[in-house]
Design a protein around this ligand. Structure first.
Ligand code: CU
Length: 247
């Protein structure tokens, strides 16, 4: 038997779908807030200062992109670039030792202890699926940096290299709605390495590279049609009603 909260969830979803399907009223709708970094999945990076190697513990999750139809976000705001896209902020870079109270364990400090004060962490986007764009989004709503929602990793003519501050960062990935087919996979491959302030790699004394290569994957929205959503909504209503009469 379904629990009461589940019934309410069905009813809520059905109502939300009904609103979405029947269309919004003629009055001006408020724009959605910039997308949050929740729900989040972090890809934890660490530096082994003995072996002089970087590594990333990858939970290998494949987030499903969210559809933002035209008019979802205020076009005058930086995150308005997401209008008409399928996007996700779920995957983020993070430091394996971020919550360790000893700052000396934090990845950027370890790098600088090993390679010198000017050493930095860089991420180079080696390849990405056609249409997969990435926008700078620092902080919970992606707005905590001056150039919020500017292109990075090659998007909008930007460098493929991005200097990572070693903090938790959930940049926003987006694909133009017109470039996706239902359930399509998009991926990007990155190289995390140690570089100077300009992004030139700093090699180890034995000329080996501390770098590691990481691939991330996303999936486009599987169900594309309004008809499909309507059927889902009706199914939800039917289930909710069925449960109500049984309980
Ligand atoms: Cu996170």
């Amino acid at each position: 038997m379904k629990s009461r909260p589940t019934q309410f969830k069905f009813l809520f979803r059905a109502a939300a779908l009904a609103v979405a399907i029947c269309g919004t009223s003629a009055s001006a709708q408020p724009f959605a807030s910039p997308p949050s970094w929740m729900p989040m999945t972090m890809l934890m990076a660490s530096f082994d200062s003995g072996a002089l190697r970087l590594s990333v513990a990858d939970p290998a999750i494949v987030p499903v992109l969210n559809l933002a139809p035209l008019g979802t976000y205020d076009p005058a705001q930086p995150w308005g670039v997401l209008n008409g896209t399928e996007y996700s902020r779920r995957l983020g870079w993070d430091d394996m030792n971020r919550s360790n109270p000893d700052p000396a364990t934090h990845i950027l400090n370890r790098i600088q202890t090993t390679y010198g004060a000017g050493a930095s962490l860089w991420i180079d986007c080696l390849s990405r699926s056609t249409g997969l764009e990435c926008y700078l989004a620092v902080g919970q709503y992606g707005t905590n940096s001056p150039n919020a929602y500017s292109g990075i990793f090659g998007t909008a003519g930007s460098s493929t290299k991005w200097q990572w501050d070693g903090m938790m960062d959930h940049n926003t990935y987006a694909v133009d709605q017109g470039l996706t087919s239902p359930g399509q996979f998009f991926s990007a491959t990155y190289r995390l390495y140690v570089g100077d302030s300009l992004g030139n790699e700093i090699l180890n004394p034995d000329l080996s590279s501390a770098s590691t290569i990481e691939s991330w994957t996303w999936q486009a929205v599987p169900e594309p049609t309004t008809l499909g959503l309507a059927l889902l909504g009706l199914a939800g209503l039917a289930v909710a009603r069925g449960n109500k009469t049984k309980s």
